[in-house]
Design a protein around this ligand. Structure first.
Ligand code: BT5
Length: 332
């Protein structure tokens, strides 16, 4: 982070520590070893970023409101993680955070680098489908993971994203969310988040993975009307009020780091009981599309590697590694 940004962070920190009271320009200038016009420039930049700051001659500056932005200023000082998001890239707009993270990966960005954008103009889902990313409504992020995983293990990390998000929604916001195998998070049967994990590999193991997650946070009913492959919703639609994206992101990063550490240390099998407990589809009759095949059956469980066990009407059993669940028909 540049020294200009650092000074701005420090000024903001002092204003926050004194929330509700004025801090004089002279005091800020002295503490940051800069001129008073220098302080004024930083204050103006903060105002441009959406901070509400009251300026009064003789009294100085008073912080009166903080924007719901995912900027460095609001996230980095509040991070409680050990390795995740310490390299933090916040963009106003980008084609796709996954593409940007890929670029950083090729430039030696460290494990745990996080890219988050206020808006994506070409956000994508699996098979190059579109991911609708309205400005400043959702959380569009990509995490660079540099563990060298055997090729058959790498796709399993997707579960860590969905499991971590479901836990945060349940524990922090009281929302009953669930995992729709393999990569969606649903609330009340509607899609709230999707995950796209992309990897670059050598012959036997991954060089790195990029896990991209799109979360519908404060989207309106109109914005979520679609048409989408599956009915969509946002956290705000389900709660009936907007939530701070900052809070969701910070909690998610903490939870993701914990669950990812477990995955690396103990393997996915250690997390399977939790993933199953939060599943939307287990025990239900579902239709899965795998390439040009359509399979209907009862979702019985997950293998220790995360594949889906499906029981057909004729008693046959299938193990499915990847596919799209397009219909879910209640428990039987
Ligand atoms: C996914 O694909 O659900 C993975 C989405 C990953 C998006 C993140 S955002 C940050 C990172 N950067 C990227 O460029 N991507 C990742 P899939 O299961 O294929 O679902 C895609 C389908 O979901 C689309 O074809 C639409 O029908 C539907 N869809 C698109 N936008 C949606 C939204 N905001 N909410 C719910 N459904 C949506």
């Amino acid at each position: 982070m540049g020294s200009t940004n650092n000074t701005r962070l420090q000024i903001l920190r002092i204003l926050k520590e004194n929330e509700g009271s004025f801090v004089s320009g002279a005091d800020l200038a002295k503490r940051q070893s800069i001129s008073r016009p220098g302080v004024w420039k930083h204050i103006n930049k903060l105002k441009e970023m959406g901070y509400q700051i009251q300026s009064q001659s003789k009294l100085g500056y008073r912080l009166e409101g903080v924007p719901d932005s995912l900027a460095v200023e609001e996230i980095v000082p509040n991070l409680k993680t050990e390795w995740l998001a310490h390299s933090y890239h916040h963009l106003a707009t980008v084609a796709s955070t996954n593409d940007y993270a890929l670029l950083l990966a090729t430039r030696a960005a460290p494990h745990g680098t996080l890219v988050v954008a206020e808006e994506q103009t070409k956000g994508r889902g699996r098979l190059n489908r579109e991911w609708v990313s309205y400005p400043s409504r959702g959380i569009y992020l990509s995490i660079l993971l540099r563990d060298h995983l055997p090729l058959h293990i790498a796709p399993q990390s997707t579960y860590i994203g969905s499991l971590a998000l479901v836990k945060v929604l349940r524990e922090e916001l009281g929302i009953t969310a669930s995992i729709k195998w393999p990569n969606d998070v649903l609330i009340n049967g509607r899609k709230t988040a999707g995950i796209l994990t992309e990897t670059q590999s050598d012959q036997d193991s991954t060089r790195f993975s990029i896990m991209g997650i799109g979360i519908n946070v404060n989207h309106s009913r109109e914005e979520m009307a679609g048409p989408f492959r599956y009915p969509a919703t946002s956290i705000a639609m389900e709660l009936g009020f907007a939530v701070k994206r900052q809070k969701v992101l910070l909690k998610f990063l903490c939870q993701f780091e914990q669950d990812y550490n477990r995955f690396i240390q103990k393997g996915l099998s250690d997390l399977i009981p939790e993933i199953e407990a939060h599943s939307e589809i287990l025990g239900k009759i579902i239709k899965v599309i795998c390439g040009d095949r359509e399979i209907i059956g009862r979702a019985q469980g997950l293998t220790p590697e995360g594949a889906l066990l499906l029981l057909g009407a004729d008693g046959s059993r299938e193990i499915i590694w990847a596919g799209d669940v397009t219909r879910i028909e209640g428990a039987v």
